[in-house]
Design a binder for this molecule. Structure first.
Ligand code: ZN
Ligand code: CU
Length: 486
């Protein structure tokens, strides 16, 4: 008797997310899961997709996002599903919607999540989780909660270390989040509101991570001259808490530090032999965050991504803004803040070296609410596949897929994700190896990528025929084995 499936993908070339060489097979999907992979010629299905000439890969996992609010404000998650992404890790760089008080909108970089503050209305992680359950998005999410958010919620002044009473309150926020299904805590000591937090504060706030086996994820204090010290600090925090650490968007910024990824990767490699460490990277030589004057000297070019008082400058080079205002660049920065920017301050060789490092995962760091966002928001994954793997041959396509599927699923503890195997959840991306490429660039920053054919989340198509399907099968993912140790 032949098998019957909800959905049958026929004649695919399968890259399964484990780094194994591709192979030809059919995929049978039933009840949101992969029921079978192999030669399924005799089988029938409610729906069939002919994938002749296409690659079938596990849906991509965007390990570094600021999508906390996009999950609600654009539940189709178009910038992500159009790239083949089926899971996002939200709450990075120390900032999360959960626990942010309404006045957080006045504290950069929290304004990256919501410049008006209307979304800062989740006093607990449970409240955030419940709203996501009530209004699911097209793709899955796993959430970090931010130490900077805790500070803004608990402290009256941010320019000093927290008192022991404040630490105790922040630790309660961390515990509530972990008990409610967050996968870890992120920090952003590179930013003013958390820069005065010493490692001891972070360790004491993050104590619940030990109990829940959560992740410590960090936008490190320094990615400039002090980058090696920052790696040491990050690893020391991980050792003190006995939890894995994730170094976010690893890079060495500023011309003086170009080439230093040889040093940082050597140090990270050494640490990996002693404790669990992992890292992610986006495939561009320009970074992006709020507009800050300390980036002026380090950047060869700056583009304004948004400005609250001067939206007419959105998308314009800072040089041109200064010319139009008839002032210096420093004065222009002061005039147009609060604002965001793109900074050209990385070295292509460093980007390639970090991307090629065996344990590097792919994370977009896309900023979905910027008026003219960095193109990484719409282009990261097809750029790694099409530009770096296919065209530059930096690594095999199997390795590229692994860096965005099997590797992050294992590091983040997302059970049944990141691989195409019988029994796994049916998060599947079909793409055309010959045409896949990012289309977003610094002139057309929100152009959808090319070559993504169909994207399934939990067995349901969320992207097909070049547009979102309208389905909302996403769920909140928790970290496997993250039950309290007790
Ligand atoms: Zn960051
Ligand atoms: Cu970030």
């Amino acid at each position: 008797m032949s098998q019957h499936y909800d959905l049958l993908i026929r004649n695919a070339s399968i890259i399964d997310g484990t780094r194994a060489p591709r192979f030809a097979a059919d995929i049978g999907v039933r009840a949101g899961k992969i029921a079978a992979i192999g030669e399924l010629k005799g089988a029938g299905a409610e729906r069939e997709i002919d994938a002749t000439g296409l690659i079938a890969a596990p849906g991509f996992i965007d390990v570094h996002t600021h999508d906390d609010r996009l999950l609600f404000s654009d539940p189709a998650m178009t910038p992500k599903v159009s790239q083949g992404v089926t899971t996002v890790i939200a709450g990075n760089c120390g900032i999360s919607l959960a626990h942010a008080p309404a006045h957080a909108a006045q504290t950069p970089p929290l304004d990256l999540l919501d410049g008006d503050g209307g979304w800062f209305r989740f006093p607990t992680f449970a409240a955030y989780r419940e709203e996501l359950a009530a209004r699911p998005a097209a793709l899955n999410a796993a959430c970090l909660v931010g130490h900077t958010t805790f500070r803004v919620a608990v402290m009256d002044r941010l320019d000093r270390p927290a008192t022991s009473a404040q630490i105790a309150r922040m630790r309660e926020l961390a515990r509530e989040s972990m008990a409610g299904g967050a996968i870890g805590v992120s920090t952003g000591t590179a930013y003013a509101p958390a820069a005065s937090a010493p490692a001891e504060e972070i360790i004491e706030v993050c104590r619940p991570l030990t109990e829940f086996n959560g992740l410590y994820v960090t936008h490190m204090r320094n990615e400039d001259a002090g980058v090696l010290d920052s790696i040491e600090e990050t690893c020391a925090i991980g050792r003190a808490l006995e939890v894995p650490v994730v170094i976010s968007h690893h890079k060495t910024v500023g011309v003086r530090n170009h080439g230093r990824s040889t040093e940082t990767l050597a140090l990270i490699g050494q640490k990996m032999r002693e404790q669990p460490v992992c890292l992610d990277c986006y495939p561009y030589i320009a970074s992006s965050t709020v507009l800050r004057d300390d980036r002026l000297a380090q950047s060869t070019r700056i583009i304004v991504t948004w400005s609250k008082p001067h939206p007419e400058f959105n998308g314009m080079d800072l040089d041109e803004v200064a010319r139009r205002l008839g002032v210096s660049k420093d004065a222009a920065v002061a005039k147009i803040k609060p604002a965001g920017a793109i900074y050209f301050m990385l070295d292509e060789q460093d980007v390639q070296r970090i991307l090629s490092f065996d344990e590097t995962m792919i994370g977009s760091d896309g900023l979905p609410h910027d008026a003219v966002p960095h193109p990484r928001l719409w282009g990261t994954f097809p750029r790694v596949l099409g530009h770096y793997a296919r065209d530059l041959k930096l690594f095999s396509l199997e390795t590229a897929v692994y860096k965005m599927t099997g590797l992050p699923a294992r590091k983040f503890g997302l059970a049944g994700r990141g691989v195409l195997q019988a029994g796994a959840h049916a998060d599947v991306t079909l793409f055309d190896l010959h045409t896949i490429i990012d289309a977003a660039d610094f002139q057309h920053s929100t152009a959808p990528a090319k070559g993504i054919h169909t994207v399934l989340v939990n067995g349901e198509p969320v992207w097909a025929h070049g547009k979102p399907s309208g389905a909302r099968p996403g769920t909140l993912l928790t970290r496997a084995g993250a039950s309290p140790r007790s």
